[in-house]
Write a protein that binds this ligand. Structure first.
Ligand SMILES: O=C(CO)COP(=O)(O)O
Length: 251
């Protein structure tokens, strides 16, 4: 199929300098499949990007966890896409549910961010996902389609986007989606891309799963045909992240 397996580690708002150095040294020693087989991207908090970038093995890459919606300027506390490009940070995570829900980022705002980051040359891990309430109301597909549409409406190319399906009820809860639940939404998202972007984009875009992924449950999830990798939170701070990267071998 030609979709290279993708494993992202979202460190969220965690870590001290010492802890970051430890995580990097575990990653640097890890035996993992070659970068022909798996693309690995870790996303430390902004303040550690430089440290991680300068000490991380060259076959792994770094991502910021957010960036400003347009050109930088008088936006206190924000980090612009231009700054990330200037620091040679290739990736950015946008639309994470923690930002959508806690910081009230709307679908449109996230779509604007994705379009602007791409226009500056960044690659984007764009996150979508429903809450438990929305799942129980039967609106999972409507929610993730609306989130995806707000991106699709604003971008012309998907070649630098990885779509991360992260059901909110599975994030940090230990309640992982079953492989069947994950496959079902990934399949529907690919179908949505097929109908609303192009067959080529649907076939080529990596759709990765996030939400309580760990070293034990990753294999069964990775075996699903439309699961092209993972966005890992808690377990990306631990040595088991290496085991999750190795699940690429199952593809
Ligand atoms: O939000 C996530 C990754 O972006 C998932 O977090 P957990 O793996 O800790 O559930």
């Amino acid at each position: 199929m030609g979709r290279k397996f993708f494993v992202g580690g979202n460190w969220k708002c965690n870590g001290t300098t010492e802890e970051v150095k430890k995580i990097v040294s575990v990653l640097n020693e890890g035996q993992v499949p070659s970068s022909d087989v798996v693309e690995v991207v870790v996303s430390p908090p902004f303040v550690f990007l430089g440290l991680v970038k300068s000490s991380l093995r060259p076959d792994f890459h770094v991502a910021a966890q957010n960036c400003w919606v347009k050109k930088g300027g008088a936006f206190t506390g924000e980090i612009s896409a231009e700054m990330l490009v200037n620091l040679d940070i290739p990736w950015v995570i946008l639309g994470h549910s923690e930002r959508r829900l806690i910081l009230n980022e709307s679908n449109e705002f996230v779509g604007d961010k994705v379009a602007y980051a791409l226009s500056q040359g960044l690659k984007v891990i764009a996150c979508v996902g429903e809450t438990l309430e929305q799942r129980e109301a039967g609106s999972t597909m409507d929610v993730v389609a609306a989130q995806t549409k707000a991106i699709a409406d604003r971008v012309s190319s998907w070649s630098n986007i990885v779509l991360a399906y992260e059901p909110v009820w599975a994030i940090g809860t230990g309640k992982v989606a079953t492989p069947v639940q994950a496959q079902e939404v990934h399949f529907e998202l690919r179908k949505w891309l097929f109908a609303n972007t192009s067959p080529e984009i649907a076939a080529a875009t990596r759709i990765i799963y996030g939400g309580s992924v760990n070293g034990a449950n990753c294999k069964e999830l990775a075996a699903q045909p439309d699961v092209d990798g993972f966005l890992v939170g808690g377990a990306s701070l631990k040595p088991e992240f290496i085991d999750i990267i190795k699940s690429a071998e199952l593809k």
